[in-house]
Design a protein around this ligand. Sequence first.
Ligand SMILES: Nc1ncnc2c1ncn2[C@@H]1O[C@H](COP(=O)(O)OP(=O)(O)OP(=O)(O)O)[C@@H](O)[C@H]1O
Length: 312
Amino acid sequence: MEIYLKEKLNTSLFTAVGHARGGCISQGQSYVTDRGRVFVKINHKPEARKMFDGEAASLEAILKTHTVKVPRPIKVANIPTDGAVLVMEHLDINPLSSYAAVLGEQLADLHLHNQKLGRKLWKERATIGKHRNNSEDVLFVDQFGFHVVTCCGYIPQVNEWQSDWVTFFTCQRLQPQMDLIEKDYGDREVQELWSQLQLMVPALFCDMEIVPALLHGDLWKGNVAEEPSGPVLFDPASFYGHSEFELAIGKMIGEYCETFYSAYHQKIPRAPGFKRRFKLYQLFHALNNWNHFGLAYRPLSLKLMRHLLNSL
Ligand SMILES: Nc1ncnc2c1ncn2[C@@H]1O[C@H](COP(=O)(O)OP(=O)(O)OP(=O)(O)O)[C@@H](O)[C@H]1O
């Protein structure tokens, strides 16, 4: 494996440093190479290549916004026997502590980035001859989705472009999770709740205009850290979506201090109806955890569904 990676990275030096780090999904290890330290994620599942292609594309997209630090992706390669590897810049990271407020501000900047591009585009269109487009520019995106499949955990997400957020979230986020639960558990109770709830989802979005925002997509406490110079995000499952979706997973896991939220909401204030939509977005993560980790997440999923139905 190491000989194979040495060849792929075209480096004479390839020495493991530090201890191996296992996330919930993949194994990780840092190496010293001719061009500095790299961090290698290894996964032997058949869907590993798709997962890492999505993660690399997400890192590239976030990097281009210059809003919040993420490791620079270097290479995705198949492992000849099974699975794939993702090689990226190594970062010296510690758990998030002193940079929680800065992370709140930078995450808001990430979420506002596409909206700002949209405004700029309108201004340029109004000024004859000012429209420019070179390959380094990030272009305004007016739909929800992403150009590649990204995986939240190891489950691939349906990222096909869609102009309506409610349709996107219902049909391309919640429905696929419900389909997996139906396939693996055949749970009548949850299906009945879902058949009622899906009709009511649009009511949570009355009079809202949602501009697609580039999201990290899997922002739980395990994917947030800091360097001496500032906060860092890693392991994204990006797509263009509603910025509020991003906040729900952190809260569900009970992490991030209030300084993070207040710094974020200084830049993106809570819109009316935020609390109920928050539960809807938590529901996605509860279902996704159910599909990854099993029945322990069923009670939370049912509780959120009942809560939403009673509040509508
Ligand atoms: N670029 C990096 N440089 C150094 N360490 C890293 C880097 N990226 C990740 N790590 C470390 O490796 C651990 C596992 O990485 P990561 O979260 O990407 O794995 P995963 O199995 O895909 O994710 P998860 O546990 O979120 O499902 C992280 O908690 C972090 O400590």
